[in-house]
Design a binder for this molecule. Structure first.
Ligand SMILES: [Zn+2]
Length: 180
């Protein structure tokens, strides 16, 4: 699945999907992808190594590789305020083994963790970028007289995070395959 298809799929799951005018959906997806790609280009320019992104990220934020399962079913998380990334390695491992059709011995799990790490690191970059600005894409969900209730579309941030990781790793499926 390429990043555009992935974007469409993710956006469809957003609770605000029906509120986005049909004509603007593609524009939203492209916008989100561009955000992720741009951020990736900046990280690469600043010294992030495509093969070993871990080193760069660990210099910027605290990363915990946890063997135990989290209290909620997630694979990874970014604690935005404290700039901490938690990766639940055993859960990721099992999830990947169940989810893709590659024999486990052919998977480089360190690289699998990198993909999750990059994804979460994007969320931290995004948080920093938007802390004082308000240019996240928003749509009006509710309008009465002069009041407009606006909500940002959470999924766009997910699309950007995927785009960020992909710009750096290429296709994740290829990236995680062991080269023997
Ligand atoms: Zn995410």
């Amino acid at each position: 699945m390429d990043i555009n298809q992935l974007g469409e799929k993710l956006l469809k799951d957003d609770i605000l999907y029906d509120k986005i005018p049909n004509s603007e959906r593609l524009e939203f997806i492209n916008y989100a992808i561009k955000q992720g790609f741009n951020a990736a280009d900046i990280s690469l320019k600043n010294g992030l190594n495509e093969e070993k992104p871990k080193k760069y990220i660990q210099e910027k934020v605290k990363v915990n590789y946890k063997k135990e399962s989290p209290p909620v079913p997630i694979f990874s998380e970014a604690k935005l305020k404290n700039e901490i990334i938690n990766l639940y390695t055993e859960d990721i491992k099992n999830g990947v083994i169940d989810g893709i059709e590659i024999e486990p011995e052919k998977i480089n799990f360190e690289k699998v963790y990198d993909v999750f790490l990059l994804h979460e690191y994007y969320h931290i970059l995004e948080e920093k970028k938007y802390k004082h600005k308000n240019d996240k894409k928003e749509i009006v969900v509710f309008e009465i007289f002069k009041w407009k209730i606006k909500r940002s579309i959470k999924t766009l941030s997910e699309i950007s995070a995927h785009a960020y990781a992909r710009r750096i790793t290429g296709l994740p499926i290829d990236y995680i395959k062991k080269t023997i």
